[in-house]
Design a protein around this ligand. Structure first.
Ligand code: ZN
Length: 221
């Protein structure tokens, strides 16, 4: 009795279910779900690494990857950010596009919203990215204005919605980083959020190398 109890207890601990399909799995994401996600991995993460604000991106925001990000954010699965951040870190590490080592700055969430959700997925992704790449993570920005969800807004409305949403965090006001900043977010769509974040940093003479994101809706650079 005791032994079977112990066994079922250790199974519970050692064999958590896959975060995506709920089947028993040894890893946080089971091999079948990993394959489904990797179907959306872009062959060249550096394809968008160009222009004023270069983008380093792991995958295409569609299908299983889109569902996984939704699950992470709206179904309270912050552990998913760890795997996705690792994959993003691995892609960066395999061919880093910068000669210097940037400081990772996650796109911040408004405090009220973060309290509701319990976590900021961009921060969790950046943390995991940083573990993999050994890049330093910093709270460089704070979100001082709650904004509407960007989903469904036109590009012009997105720009208006995000203007003045960020401020330099106390850390960066006291001690601006010497290295350039790499912003980190979960999804990159029109880039309005990233541009506004970069504008605030640039106004404080902090160079921004680009942004790393798990997924983009963009098809072409
Ligand atoms: Zn699975």
């Amino acid at each position: 009795m005791m032994r079977s109890l112990l066994r079922s207890f250790s199974n519970l601990i050692l064999q958590p279910n896959c975060l995506l399909c709920d089947r028993a799995a040894r890893e946080p994401i089971c091999p079948a779900c990993q394959r489904r996600l990797q179907h959306y991995q872009r062959p060249d993460p550096a394809a968008f690494w160009q222009g004023d604000l270069p983008l380093w991106v792991w995958g295409h925001y569609a299908g299983a990857l889109k569902q996984a990000i939704a699950r992470l954010k709206y179904d309270n699965k912050p552990e998913l950010a760890r795997s996705l951040g690792f994959w993003l870190g691995a892609s960066w590490q395999s061919s880093p596009p910068l000669s210097s080592r940037p400081v990772l700055v996650p796109i911040p969430m408004h405090a009220t919203k973060q309290q509701q959700r319990g976590f900021n997925q961009a921060e969790l992704i950046a943390r995991s990215f940083g573990h993999y790449t050994r890049l330093r993570l910093a709270t460089g920005l704070v979100r001082v204005r709650a904004t509407e969800a960007m989903f469904g807004l036109s590009p012009a409305a997105r720009d208006r919605n995000i203007t003045d949403a960020f401020q330099l965090a106390a850390d960066f006001q006291r001690r601006p980083p010497r290295q350039p900043v790499l912003l980190v977010d979960d999804i990159y769509t029109t880039g309005a959020t990233a541009r506004e974040a970069a504008r605030v940093l640039a106004a404080a003479q902090i160079p921004v190398a680009g942004i790393a994101a798990i997924a983009t809706t963009r098809e072409r650079p």
